[in-house]
Design a protein around this ligand. Sequence first.
Ligand code: NAD
Length: 464
Amino acid sequence: MNTTELETMIRTILSEKMGQQGVAASSGSSALFSDVDSAVKAARAAYESYMQCSLQTRRDIISKIRSELEPLIPQMSEDAARETGMGNAADKILKNRAALLNTPGVEDLTTIALTGDNGMTLFELSPFGVIGAIAPSTNPTETIMNNCISMLAAGNAVYFSPHPGAKNVSLCLIEKIEHIIFDVCGIRNLVVSVSEPTFAATQEMMAHPDIAVLAVTGGPAIVNMAMKSGKKTIGAGAGNPPCIVDETACMRKAAKDIINGASLDYNVPCIAEKSVIVVDCVADELISCMVNYGALLVKNPADVVKLRNTVINEKGDANKKFIGKSPAVIAKAAGLQCEFEPKIIIVEVPKDDLLVMVEQLMPVLPIVRVSDFDTALELALVVEQGLHHTAIMHSENVSRLNKAAKMMQTSIFVKNGPSYAGISVGGEGFTTFTIATPTGEGTTSAKTFARSRRCVLTNGFSIR
Ligand code: NAD
């Protein structure tokens, strides 16, 4: 028997042994537990085994996750759209593919070495332990795949709290990922959840002593709750991305990019353009290009009122019934005449309109006319509300682009492209579905989910 064969045999025996332990711990169904405490404890035990694995094992796990899940994406996307009643399968395929194939793995963990007369100091990125990851209903499977790859690459185990409204598709995915991990390295329960994900379960998880870090992707309520938990929190909260268009931009390209960005998955992505702020002298041209590109323009004042009353409820919040619904469904509900299948609904409104200030998550794009670029930037700051999320700008003026990028202080700033270029769909860089806004990590990846540790060797290993 040669070395490779011997190694394979040992691996198989170890896999089976560890697998049996894991199944016993999970009382039957691996990955999904009947209670939070058992799930977290099983993930903690799995983490301790995972700590002994090589970086190559982590790479192998991620590579298998990508290859095994890729063929399942069309079905997963359809299931997510059907179960949540939000967005559409075709766009979800695009988002899921980006999450699965373009989230960086172990290569994201770079070591820094300092050497000198006093020796060598290393800064290494090591795991936290079990991460409590909370996923939204708007990108349920995208967030799970993206978080899984990032967190496992950094050496962690993960407890997922999926949104109850996306329970079936999320739990099915978590189980599949858990099985893939087991197949590769023989460790059970590295990714877990509970079979009934409820808000109460999420709260219990947040308070569990074996949860080392919280990674929360969702609205302001849950992010604030996590930040008060006393645990380290990576908080990816709400946004309200404004899109500035000045008179130097190419209007045809701006119109096309804005519609593509704002209509993606019926505008549920947190990064999608939520309003347009355009300089007056080019506003008519921009609107006409948007209409040519498939937007339904609502102009009649009575129709504008009907649209607003449909989209925003009496409390001044987004009407949940229409979050992530198609433009056709929203137009019909608002009693608007439309002879074609619109890509998006556009409407000109004053700057303080609720349609501008409320994160609707619907394919209804308010447009505000302003006198000049400086006024546009001033308004964009108000609309973004200091959420540090995303802003977009179309302009050929480099100084203005630079000024806006600096002033907006958003985690993502896209210049002359659709918003989704900011998560690398048609833009350079890697993909993320957890953009840590209030806590400041920005576009998260493996290194965000790792602890920086300093390892010092005195008097040696400097060979300069
Ligand atoms: P949500 O806040 O309703 O839910 C997010 C998660 O929090 C879910 O898992 C849900 O179960 C949990 N949750 C919510 N309220 C809870 C409670 N009271 N107790 C315990 N758990 C609770 O968000 P959503 O509607 O699913 O997603 C949309 C929101 O998320 C938008 O505001 C969007 O901007 C934001 N979002 C942000 C990012 C980002 O990367 N910054 C990404 C996607 C979505």
